[in-house]
Design a binder for this molecule. Structure first.
Ligand code: DGY
Length: 325
C-alpha cells in the first residue's frame, strides 16, 4: 500500500525553483503572498501541517507550539539560525527541528568581509559622493580610510562561519584572533593561524576589528554590552552578520556617536526591522538589510537542504540537519 504523503506548510514565499521542487515531491501548501504569516495563520499552520517549513520571520515559541496539533512532527527551518524556534519545547512535544547549515557559510563570510572593507575603506561615503556628483578629483588627503592588512581581527564565535571569515581575513593579511568558550583543535588553529582568547574582555581590548559570528542564545544576549564595548579601542570597528541581539545596539550607537568606537558594519539588528534611527545618521556606520546569505545559489541550496531533511524524515529517519536543544 502506498504510504500516505505528509502535508507540508511553507510559511513564506521561497525561490521559485525551490517551490517547484517542493510541489513535485510533497503534498505542500505554499504561500501566495510575499509577506510573513500572521499569528492566526501560523496557528492554523501548526494545527494542520505534519511538517512546517518556517523562516526566521516566524516566532515558533512555546505559545504557538502549545496550540499545535498532534500531527505536527517536524519543523524544517529554511535557514541556519534557530533562535526564533523554541527547540526545547518542540522536543518535549516530540516535534523534531532541522535547519540548513553549511550552505550559507561562504556567502555570509563574504558579506562579513564586505562590511569590514566598506567601513574601514569608507566605500559607502565614496559611493554617496559619486552619486551626488560631488567628486572634485584625486587628492592626497581625500577619503582616507585605514589599511585592512595587518589589523587584528577578533572573531566572536569561531564556528563554520567564523572560520570562513578567518580564511578570508588571512588572505587580506589580517591577524586572526578568536573567542570561543571552547578552544579549537590545534590543527584548526594552525590552519587559520588563529590565536584563542579565553577572556573575551581581554581580546576586545586589543582588537582593531571585532566580528560577531556566534548564534543568538540566552548566553550570547548582549554579549557586547556597554561595559564590554567600552573595553574596545576608540579606533576599533564592529561588524555583525549574525544576530542583532548579541550587541546592545543602543550602547553601540551611543559609543560611535561619542567617538569611543570608530565605526560599525551591521547586517542584523536587535529589534528586527526597527533599526535605531540614530545609526542611520552616522557616516561611519554601514547598514545592510540582513542580506548575508542573500545569493541566488545560497537560497536555492537552503531549499535543497530543507527538501533533504523532509525527505529523510518521510522515509522514517532523523533529518540529517536535526537541531538538538
Ligand atoms: C539564517 O539562515 O539564519 C540567516 O541569518 C539567513 O540569512
Amino acid at each position: 500500500m502506498p504510504r500516505e504523503r505528509l502535508s507540508v506548510v511553507v510559511t513564506r514565499r521561497l525561490p521559485e525553483a525551490v517551490e517547484t521542487r517542493l510541489s513535485e515531491l510533497f503534498d505542500v501548501r505554499l504561500r501566495d503572498t510575499d509577506d510573513p504569516m500572521t499569528r492566526p495563520e501560523l496557528v492554523d499552520a501548526v494545527k494542520t501541517a505534519d511538517i512546517l517549513v518556517p523562516t526566521l520571520n516566524d516566532q515558533i515559541d512555546a505559545g504557538l507550539l502549545g496550540q499545535a496539533g498532534e500531527q505536527l512532527r517536524l519543523i524544517a527551518n529554511y535557514g541556519a539560525g534557530v533562535d526564533h524556534i523554541d527547540v526545547a519545547t518542540a522536543r518535549q512535544r516530540g516535534i523534531l527541528v532541522s535547519n540548513t547549515p553549511g550552505v550559507l557559510t561562504d556567502d555570509t563570510a563574504d558579506m562579513t568581509m564586505a562590511l569590514i572593507l566598506a567601513v574601514t575603506r569608507r566605500i559607502p561615503e565614496g559611493l554617496a559622493m559619486m552619486q551626488k556628483g560631488g567628486w572634485q578629483g584625486w587628492s592626497p588627503n581625500a577619503m582616507l580610510g585605514g589599511r585592512v592588512g595587518g589589523r587584528r581581527l577578533g572573531i566572536l564565535g569561531m564556528g563554520r562561519i567564523g572560520q570562513a571569515v578567518a580564511r578570508r581575513a588571512r588572505a587580506f593579511g589580517m591577524q586572526v584572533h578568536y573567542h570561543n568558550r571552547r578552544r579549537l583543535r590545534p590543527e584548526i588553529e594552525d590552519e587559520h593561524e588563529a590565536t584563542w582568547w579565553e577572556s573575551l574582555d581581554q581580546m576586545l581590548a586589543r582588537m582593531d576589528v571585532v566580528s560577531v559570528n556566534c548564534p543568538s542564545t540566552p548566553s550570547t544576549f548582549h554579549l557586547l554590552n556597554a561595559r564590554r564595548l567600552k573595553l574596545m579601542k576608540p579606533s576599533a570597528v564592529v561588524v555583525n552578520t549574525s544576530r542583532g541581539e548579541v550587541i546592545d545596539e543602543n550602547a553601540l550607537t551611543r559609543m560611535i556617536r561619542a567617538g569611543e568606537i570608530a565605526g560599525a558594519g551591521l547586517d542584523v539588528y536587535e529589534d528586527g526591522v526597527n533599526v535605531n534611527p540614530r545609526l542611520r545618521e552616522l557616516s561611519n556606520v554601514v547598514l545592510l538589510p540582513h542580506m548575508g546569505s542573500a545569493t541566488v545559489e545560497g537560497r536555492i541550496e537552503m531549499g535543497e537542504k530543507v527538501i533533504i531533511n523532509i525527505k529523510t524524515f518521510e522515509d522514517g529517519h532523523r533529518p540529517p540537519d536535526q537541531v538538538v536543544p
